[in-house]
Design a protein around this ligand. Structure first.
Ligand code: HPA
Length: 272
């Protein structure tokens, strides 16, 4: 089956189970999945039950669509994401983002854990993504253009919607949530970067580095969605500190800032 047909049939399957169309989508990264439990009137659908949906393999990414209500908004959360390093093409692993678009989502909030490249950042900092560098080695829009969703050569000059970022920064300040802003560079993983790669990313203008988000943001932008990106700096990137990097440290920091992160997501919903 053609990709567009597979996307539309997954959307059709979901639409029949929902009381209304979600307008807001969220993708929750490492250690952040439980935000979904703060919604009301939850409908949870495991990825494995949805026709044509890819299923993630990483611990900490449980894999379900969670629909529910918060602050008068009907929201859909992708709880657990597929990473490029798991082996699927970026075109395939972003299928869920297009399904959200087909369901009516026009704004997507992408969250992730990342390494701090900017030397003024600290583990535990939260950062609004202002822009990205696609250093993943691929692009989800490669292949025949899906004309149903967007143009062959989509503009990316305001991908991480500046007007929404301004409102979020103001709200964060009012609510005394400290918030950085900066550029997210994607590296494929699954290994953490080398110290030389991190120096390169710093020279290129990156503030943080991670293994996700960029393919989803590109596809969301292609579909015409507004994108908001929020990164949690779980560790300083390789070579910044004389310590080894580990997934355990990533999960520990994500856990430590869990409450602040949830507050920030709540506050983001109030500006949408
Ligand atoms: N590099 C890449 N991805 C990450 C990191 C990192 O240092 N920390 C959390 N995700």
């Amino acid at each position: 089956m053609e990709l567009t047909e597979r996307i539309l049939s997954a959307a059709e399957y979901l639409r029949n189970k929902l009381p209304e169309s979600p307008r807001i989508g969220m993708i929750l990264g490492s250690g952040l999945g439980d935000y979904a439990q703060t919604l009301e009137d939850i409908i949870r659908i495991p990825y494995s039950e949805i026709p044509n949906f890819p299923v993630p393999t990483v611990p900490g990414h449980s894999g379900a669509l969670v629909f529910g209500r918060k602050y008068g908004l009907y929201i859909v959360i992708l709880q657990g994401r597929i990473h490029y390093y798991e082996g699927l093409s970026q075109r395939e692993l972003t299928l869920p983002v297009r399904v959200l678009s087909a369901l009516g989502v026009n704004t997507i909030v992408l969250t992730n854990a990342c390494g701090g490249v900017n030397l003024s950042f600290n583990p535990g900092d939260l950062m609004l993504i202002s822009d990205h560098i696609n250093f993943s080695g691929s692009n989800p829009l490669i292949g025949p253009n899906l004309d149903h969703f967007g143009p062959r050569f989509p503009d990316m000059s305001d991908l991480y919607t500046a007007s929404l970022r301004k409102m979020i920064r103001e709200k964060a300040e009012e609510n005394k949530i400290s918030l950085r802003e900066g550029v997210y560079a994607m590296y494929s993983g699954p290994n953490y970067e080398t110290p030389a790669e991190i120096r390169m990313f710093r020279t290129l203008g990156a503030d943080v580095v991670g293994m996700s988000t960029v393919p989803e943001a590109l596809v969301a932008g292609h579909c015409g969605m507004q994108v908001i990106g929020v990164s949690c700096v779980t560790n300083m990137a390789a070579g910044v500190l004389p310590v080894k990097l580990s997934h355990a440290e990533v999960m520990e920091t994500a856990d430590r800032v869990h409450d602040q992160f949830q507050k920030l997501l709540d506050l983001i919903l109030t500006v949408l």
